[in-house]
Design a protein around this ligand. Structure first.
Ligand SMILES: Nc1ncnc2c1ncn2[C@@H]1O[C@H](COP(=O)(O)OP(=O)(O)OP(=O)(O)O)[C@@H](O)[C@H]1O
Length: 253
């Protein structure tokens, strides 16, 4: 799969005449992970919806361009906080949802879904109903379904926030490995998650909000939990989120 970069320019959004942001411009490098943080209500999910072309019931506008100059539409996948598994479809049939909506899945697609469920460690659960799985297992199914779509761009809206801390760390490792090479925009409230997984971290803050870069630790994601840089920058990032216009040098001082 060829990596795809994309840019958004002049993104603006208002609800009831109040500008959440106006004039956001940012590039997402091909194959990179960008962590997007910001206080609750700053507009992160709305920005993701705009990139995905999902309906927004008020004033909004964005210009999207891609590194191959073809439309982004149809080449992105979405992973949300809720796994959005259909309870009346077995695990394997949830992974096959995309092709099933388009046509009857082929034998090759069925095999691919099985392989992906193997990749996420669920070979023994393919014929189970979603309600029989744990939250972490359900998110693994959602990850397999996302992978099935084979999209070069993945939008993630707090995908790991509903699971316990240890399961979340495991899902980080899994997602980083299986989504390598894709361009990922990850909305998260968890500074540690952003620091472990991101090549770049952006904070959305202010009114109207703007985007600012913060430093990321050295080394390739997924970074070790106990890497000194990760720990040091975590406290800095929490402070930075708390005082959005504070220093952004990442020194952690
Ligand atoms: N459909 C809507 N109608 C009216 N206001 C909306 C709508 N969707 C979002 N908003 C408002 O826009 C603001 C930004 O919402 P959004 O969900 O994008 O923020 P967020 O940064 O993702 O928040 P959180 O971190 O809590 O998920 C909020 O104040 C929200 O109430």
């Amino acid at each position: 799969m060829t990596s795809l970069g994309f840019s958004l320019s002049q993104a603006r959004l208002a609800f009831s005449g109040q500008w959440l942001f106006d004039g956001l411009t940012v590039d997402f490098a091909p194959g990179s992970w960008t962590g997007l943080l910001g206080r609750s209500g700053s507009g992160k999910s709305s920005l993701l919806r705009m990139i995905a072309g999902l309906p927004i019931p008020d004033t909004h506008d964005v210009t999207l361009t891609t590194s191959d100059e073809r439309p982004l539409s149809g080449r992105l996948a979405w992973m949300a906080q809720q796994d959005q598994l259909l309870p009346w479809r077995k695990v394997i049939d949830n992974v096959l949802l995309g092709p099933a909506l388009r046509d009857r899945p082929s034998a090759a697609q069925y095999q691919r879904a099985l392989d992906l469920l193997g990749d996420v460690g669920l070979s023994d659960k393919t014929q189970q109903w979603p309600k029989t799985l744990s939250g972490g297992e359900r998110q693994r199914v959602a990850l397999a379904r996302t992978l099935f779509e084979d999209a070069p761009v993945i939008l993630m809206d707090e995908p790991f926030s509903a699971v316990d801390a240890i399961t979340r760390l495991e899902l980080h490792e899994l997602a980083a490995r299986l989504l390598a090479g894709r361009t990922v925009l990850l909305v998260t409230h968890d500074p540690l998650e952003a620091l472990r997984l991101s090549d770049r971290i952006l904070i959305l803050s202010g009114q109207p909000a703007s985007l600012s870069d913060v430093d990321v630790p050295d080394g390739h994601p997924p970074r070790a939990l106990d890497a000194p840089d990760v720990q040091r920058m975590q406290s800095h990032l929490v402070r930075r989120l708390h005082t959005p216009h504070g220093p952004i040098d990442g020194s952690g001082a």
